[in-house]
Design a protein. Structure first.
Length: 145
């Protein structure tokens, strides 16, 4: 029997200890700025190259490269919030689709329930992110209509 791979939780992706993953604690950490190393972890979990992640986050690739060079530094709160939004969707997709690779594939592929757009394309805005979350909820409930 092949052991099941552990799904990555939001805390795993952001490197936040489970005891610190309450909504208010996450708010505090985002407000203070996530560690720059979270960029690489989120990109890796989502299967994104730095240029793709920069596009989704709405920042210049140079911003990503500078932050990656200073892993212990903190991101600004706005970028931290955007990164959190991507990480939350990646973690949720992994839960619903029961695996990291399945989530990556789904996030990158056009989805009928999103008007033929790939979920990653919609993560640039809060409104788009809500649509992706809604679709994941419908998938989980077995209600795709």
């Amino acid at each position: 029997m092949i052991p099941a791979r552990k799904k990555k939780s939001l805390g795993d992706i952001l490197a936040v200890p489970a005891k610190a993953a309450s909504p208010l604690e996450l708010h505090r950490r985002i407000s203070e700025g996530l560690e720059a190393g979270a960029l690489r972890r989120v990109g890796s979990a989502a299967g994104l190259l730095p240029p793709q992640l920069a596009g989704i986050l709405g920042v210049h690739l140079r911003t990503i490269r500078r932050a990656e060079g200073r892993r212990k530094s903190r991101l600004d709160p706005v970028l931290s919030d955007r990164l959190f939004r991507v990480a939350a969707v990646v973690a949720r997709a992994g839960e619903v689709l029961e695996g990291e690779q399945a989530a990556r594939n789904w996030l990158a592929a056009p989805q009928h329930g999103l008007g033929g757009q790939a979920p990653l394309e919609l993560l640039r805005t809060e409104a788009g992110t809500r649509e992706v979350y809604d679709l994941l909820g419908r998938i989980e409930d077995g209600n795709l209509a």
